[in-house]
Design a protein around this ligand. Sequence first.
Ligand SMILES: Cc1cc2nc3c(=O)[nH]c(=O)nc-3n(C[C@H](O)[C@H](O)[C@H](O)COP(=O)(O)OP(=O)(O)OC[C@H]3O[C@@H](n4cnc5c(N)ncnc54)[C@H](O)[C@@H]3O)c2cc1C
Ligand code: FES
Length: 333
Amino acid sequence: MSRPPLFQRATVTRIVKESSDARTFVLAPHDGPFSYRAGQFCTFRVDVDGTELFRSYSMSSAPETDGELMTTVKRVPGGKVSNWLHDNVAEGDAVELTRPAGTFCLRPTSAPLLGFSGGSGITPILSLAKSALATTDRHVRLLCADRDHASVMFDAVLNELTERYPDRFSFVRHLDDRGGFLDAAAVRHFVGAEGEADSYLCGPEPFMALVESALPGPGRIFSERFGAVAPTVPSADAPDSEVEGTVSIVLGRKKVSVPRKANETLLESARRAGLTPPFSCESGNCATCIATVTEGSATMRVNDALSDDEVAEGYVLTCQAVPDTGSIKVRYE
Ligand SMILES: Cc1cc2nc3c(=O)[nH]c(=O)nc-3n(C[C@H](O)[C@H](O)[C@H](O)COP(=O)(O)OP(=O)(O)OC[C@H]3O[C@@H](n4cnc5c(N)ncnc54)[C@H](O)[C@@H]3O)c2cc1C
Ligand code: FES
């Protein structure tokens, strides 16, 4: 089972100002172009004041329409990495990032596509829209919610798409400073008679919850969550008593084993064993915590980052993977 190193270096060839607080970083990976699917993301590894931090950023480019790989980062007030990237990375600098991952992707269908974006959630939605328009005959409509006019991103690109695909593409904007937050009636009005469409949602948690509950159905809903750091494990399932078997973990040059505990994820076992493996979202979204199961098996509670092929090859998200039975061996890259 061989796979390129998890983190690769890429040069930031251009930085594009998208709005008052969002920048696109155009990237040239040193080991050649990344292959990716519209809607996927890369996880950046940065050193902020001596602390290694990991954050995921979706591609705003689409492989079928853009010759360059682009990620778009919006400043989060008080946020460590988004502000660090804005303030410290200049054109010509190198950054470290994973190859693309994620399952927020198009499925083969002719169903209309509705995209719902809140703030920086437009990033993967734009990628999906470009890809769907370029590779299918699907009709695509976007509802883009932003705080105010200064926060709006990708206006020029969206207008170009409207001109290029007048019969298949349109978008509407919702600005909070004009009409308050988006509400359920506005979502249903936007959906209209296209309840059977595939709906792609990405934005702040309250925005996602509102749209998910307002969608009339019966179409499929695809959600990408940027911020979920909340534990996905109900407290009743918290790690508890020791059970038969051991968890053996290899991380770099360190090799440790601990007795298994019921309901404990592999990431939790690694930390209990004194290791500090990489992680970011702890919600099954970003793949920063990826490792290979070399012996035994584990089941992931949530997997919104690995493809079926990767799972079949033995990769797991250690923040979500709980050993099935007996002993298990795991190797971080
Ligand atoms: C799959 C995926 C794709 C993503 N794609 C994008 C994208 O395309 N573009 C984009 O801009 N973002 C994207 N994100 C979000 C991104 O990964 C980061 O979460 C985001 O940039 C914030 O990171 P940060 O380090 O700046 O903020 P953090 O330092 O993580 O802080 C986040 C917020 O928490 C608050 N906070 C931090 N610590 C504390 C504390 N101790 N007490 C109280 N509050 C605290 C901060 O003030 C801030 O408001 C994506 C996330 C995922 C999971
Ligand atoms: S830390 Fe993000 S998927 Fe595990």
